[in-house]
Design a binder for this molecule. Structure first.
Ligand code: XLS
Ligand code: NI
Ligand code: NI
Length: 436
């Protein structure tokens, strides 16, 4: 029995289509800059939002109508849900998905029971992956929901919480390997603090690094060679999350000698919570060789928390794709929709509308970014802006041929700098608009 009997296979119909259950821009086989859209994006569905989101908020219970759920926290219900998930992803044409261990299966009375529950669902996922060809983009362990992690997991003041988290990640790595996952993600759920009076920050960060080294060592020992990713977020749930932003994460990885195994999984709404744009985070990670994957979503301009909305803004997706193309793409990462339908959009078909909109917005952003790059006008203006570094004193500085004495001599002789040129911001903003 189909869970979505009224929804057809979602296909590409082109920009003129008025069919809300069709793609207008995402055409998986279309080649842009030498690569199909399918391979550019590696779109992924977030299991936790799309199949576990209830629409509950602090003011009221869930609203989502999900006829395949029986309301129980049983393994049977979890297995039925997993089958529905694959029907959804197949109809949508999403080639990947991502999960937390606890999204998939209920916790049992003991860790052993919990692992058994997980295994039962993983068997079904494997079967469904083989049936459909849909792949796992990444797995992650939920190290924040259970009250045992109230003070954090690897950064907890309670060493047993560290040990439990290690056992949980060990299992999650095994499952990710079993399902052929391309990446493994650490989002630092409660790895942060609410108050420094009760926090030994140095010790907590040392522990977090130790934990990640142990994870990498174990992964390699069982033959998991996927990419490890850290997902920066500045706050929520803790007041200060240790993985604040791309720069803080890269500093952590470098300080603790983890950069060989790790890159970043950047999320739009986390970037904006940190006071950055997504493009800033992409550029920062990209220039450090640490751009791994993205969690695609968007916040709300008027709200200051992680609203995890589906991205539909062409400026946003164009900026993302300009950076992603510049740094050579995301694979083995991808574009994971860490986004949820609004509480008011409670029908199953809304899940299709939401993902179609996100995929189309990224496809449109890709085409716009590719057109901007093909014209080369933006790039040539950028190159021209830095021309003073391509010859003379600028080239000497970059080549390490200048020191403070030579620079003083140069400036004493010259007297004043070559006049500055306008930054032309407004002209450039107008130029981008030409392509939209
Ligand atoms: C929460 C995070 C989370 C991670 C996976 O804000 O975005 O969903 O992506 O743990
Ligand atoms: Ni995320
Ligand atoms: Ni998030």
């Amino acid at each position: 029995m189909s869970a979505f009997p009224d929804v057809p296979q979602i296909v590409y119909e082109g920009p003129d289509s008025k069919n809300p259950l069709a793609f207008r821009w995402y055409n998986p086989d279309e080649v842009v800059e030498g690569q199909t859209m399918r391979d550019h994006f590696r779109f992924s569905v977030a299991y936790w939002h799309t199949f576990r989101g209830t629409g509950a908020d602090p003011f009221g219970p869930g609203t989502m109508v999900r006829p395949w759920e029986d309301g129980s926290d049983s393994v049977d219900n979890a297995i039925r849900r997993a089958r529905v998930a694959f029907e959804f992803m197949e109809k949508l044409g999403a080639p990947f998905y991502a999960f937390h261990d606890r999204d998939l299966a209920p916790e049992g009375k003991s860790l052993a029971d919990t692992n058994k529950n997980l295994d039962a669902v993983v068997r079904v996922l494997k079967e469904e992956q083989q049936r459909t060809g849909i792949q796992l983009l990444w797995g992650t362990a939920n190290l924040f929901a259970n009250p045992r992690y109230v003070h954090g997991a690897s950064t907890s003041c309670n060493a047993d919480a560290f040990a439990y988290a290690a056992a949980q990640v060990k299992k999650c790595l095994e499952v990710t390997l079993e399902l052929g996952g391309s990446n493994y993600v650490f989002w630092g759920g409660r790895e942060g603090y609410q108050n420094l009076y009760n926090t030994d920050m140095r010790r907590e960060l040392d522990h977090m690094a130790r934990f990640m080294h142990l994870a990498v060592d174990y992964a390699r020992s069982i033959g998991f060679h996927g990419q490890f990713l850290i997902e920066p977020k500045p706050k929520e749930p803790t007041k200060h999350q240790y993985d604040f932003d791309a720069a803080a994460c890269i500093n952590f990885l470098r300080a603790y000698d983890l950069l060989d195994a790790f890159k970043l999984n950047l999320e739009t709404n986390h970037a904006t919570l940190a006071g950055h744009t997504m493009m800033h985070e992409l550029e920062y990670a990209g220039m450090q060789g640490a751009l791994g994957s993205i969690d695609a979503n968007t916040g709300d301009l008027l709200l200051g928390w992680d609203t995890d909305q589906f991205p539909t803004d062409y400026y946003l997706t164009t900026q993302c794709m300009l950076s992603i193309l510049k740094f050579g793409g995301l694979a083995p990462g991808g574009v994971n929709f860490d986004a949820k339908v609004r509480r008011e959009s409670f029908e199953p078909v809304d899940l299709f509308h939401a993902h179609i909109g996100g995929m189309d917005a990224f496809a449109r952003g890709l085409k716009i970014a590719a057109a901007i790059r093909a014209d080369g006008e933006l790039q040539s203006l950028l190159t021209k802006r830095y021309a003073s570094w391509d010859e003379g004193i600028g080239a000497d500085i970059e080549a390490g041929k200048a020191d403070f004495q030579t620079l003083e001599r140069y400036m004493l002789a010259k007297g004043e700098i070559t006049p500055n040129a306008s930054g032309r911001q407004e002209m450039l903003e107008n130029l981008i608009n030409r392509y939209l």
